[in-house]
Design a protein around this ligand. Structure first.
Ligand code: URA
Length: 187
């Protein structure tokens, strides 16, 4: 199965209750051969309406961070732990994450990134470690099954607490260094 076929399957998904409230499935966006995969939590209202991840205020901030370090969406791939919007933007429940995780696993296999960047606690706890704490562990690179993983601040959290913006920028600088290294390896 390729990424388009997987997307088509995901768009039909009714594996959990989130499917009942969605306008659009938010599968993912960006470069399907990217070496860096960003994983957020789940779609918000703007994403539910457009079917594209990180297009609201938080998404604009994510774009700003990418731009600040010389990257753009087409250099990376962006998706979420759950592909349908949780009502009132509540945290996705463990059973909803469990129902959706095989899509992310399949995306991961098809994209085959070298670095996975978890945006916020929900993604980092699911992907890196259940006791991941963003303020303590952000920017640290973990090796998991031959792939590097890093957690950083969720852009929506940065909108609420701008004090963490300098730390987030440092994490993105690190991400850009990896991107340059991966690019050089491909040449
Ligand atoms: N927040 C997320 O975690 N993901 C999105 O796609 C948008 C906002």
């Amino acid at each position: 199965m390729n990424l388009d076929e997987l997307r088509a399957e995901c768009l039909q998904c009714t594996k959990c209750g989130l499917s009942e409230g969605r306008t659009k499935v938010v599968f993912g966006d960006g470069n399907p051969t990217a070496s860096i995969l960003f994983v957020g939590e789940g779609p918000g209202q703007n994403e539910d309406e457009t079917g594209i991840p990180f297009v609201g205020r938080a998404g604009k901030l994510l774009d700003d961070y990418l731009t600040a370090v010389g990257l753009c969406r087409q250099d990376v791939y962006i998706t979420n732990i759950v592909k349908c919007r949780p009502p009132q933007n509540r945290d996705p429940r463990p059973e909803e994450q469990a129902a959706c995780i095989d899509y992310l696993r399949a995306q991961f296999r098809l994209i085959s990134p070298k670095l996975v960047v978890c945006l916020g606690r929900i993604a980092a706890q699911k992907m890196i470690s259940p006791d991941f704490r963003v303020t303590r562990d952000h920017g640290t690179v973990y090796q998991k099954g031959g792939v590097m993983m890093m957690g950083t601040f969720h852009p929506a959290a940065l909108l609420r607490n701008p004090n963490n913006k300098p730390d987030a920028l440092n994490d993105f600088k690190k991400i850009a260094e990896y991107a340059a290294q991966f690019g050089a390896e491909k040449l």
